[in-house]
Design a protein around this ligand. Structure first.
Ligand code: OAA
Ligand code: MG
Length: 229
């Protein structure tokens, strides 16, 4: 599905609405990513088709080296052969990167690669692993939904495995092109074949809910804000 179509279906929908839309078509136990995967930037929200990436634990045990040798090893071996990001070149504007990453306490995402993803037009990233440089990622306003914040780099810990393959993140299968929606309630994944129907009932429930809240705003004498308009 083209991003323009996803945009017209999903703009303004909250994760809660998409959850309802999934229920409305009978997908009660599907889609909701484990609640341990949370927004790292309070208030951030995103949606888009999944560009999937798998990382794997590494068996590489770097030998003892001088710092100069280590610089050479990191730049010309690790970041050229093991921690590679070929998928960045394949980002289509609107994509949400979805990383299946083992829980190795690694800050696989950081302010450098998130900025690279943004320059290619990505709408955000979801990972079962971690993120570092978090203050800068917040400054960038790049929506990251992750299991943890941690300091360590990937060297000798976590390698690139593959991309554009089905992955399992937060106990949910995510296939390339499935629709990812994320906000303060967490992350939900809509199988692409259900994208239109789920959005239809999600929208119905959002409008129903907004009507009820708009009336209570009026009763309270509050000015309507975007949450009720
Ligand atoms: O380099 C890494 O592996 C992660 C990182 O800190 C960044 O992208 O800024
Ligand atoms: Mg960094």
């Amino acid at each position: 599905m083209e991003f323009a179509e996803i945009e017209s279906l999903y703009t303004g929908l909250r994760v809660a609405d998409v959850r309802d839309g999934m229920d409305w078509i009978g997908l009660f136990s599907k889609g909701s990513v484990a609640r341990s995967i949370r927004p790292l930037i309070p208030g951030s929200a995103t949606f888009g088709p999944a560009l999937t990436v798998r990382g794997r634990g590494s068996q590489v045990q770097p030998e003892t080296m001088t710092p100069e040798e280590y610089t050479e090893w990191a730049r010309n071996y690790w970041y050229k052969k093991m921690h590679i990001e070929p998928y960045a070149e394949e980002i289509t504007p609107g994509d949400v990167l979805v990383f299946e990453s083992p829980d190795l306490g690694v800050g696989q995402l950081g302010s450098n690669n998130t900025l690279k993803f943004r320059t290619h037009g990505a709408n955000g990233a979801v990972t079962s692993g971690g993120c570092r440089d978090i203050d800068e990622v917040r400054l960038q306003g790049f929506p990251v939904f992750a299991q943890y914040i941690n300091q360590t780099m990937t060297q000798g810990r976590l390698e690139y495995d593959s991309h554009n393959i089905p992955v399992t993140v937060g106990n949910v299968l995510v296939r390339p092109g499935d629709i990812v929606v994320a906000d303060g309630d967490g992350v939900i994944v809509v199988p692409q074949q259900h994208a239109t129907e789920v959005a239809t009932y999600a929208r119905q429930e959002l409008e129903h809910d907004k009507d009820a809240r708009r009336k209570m705003y009026a009763e309270l004498g509050w000015e309507p804000d975007r949450s009720v308009l």
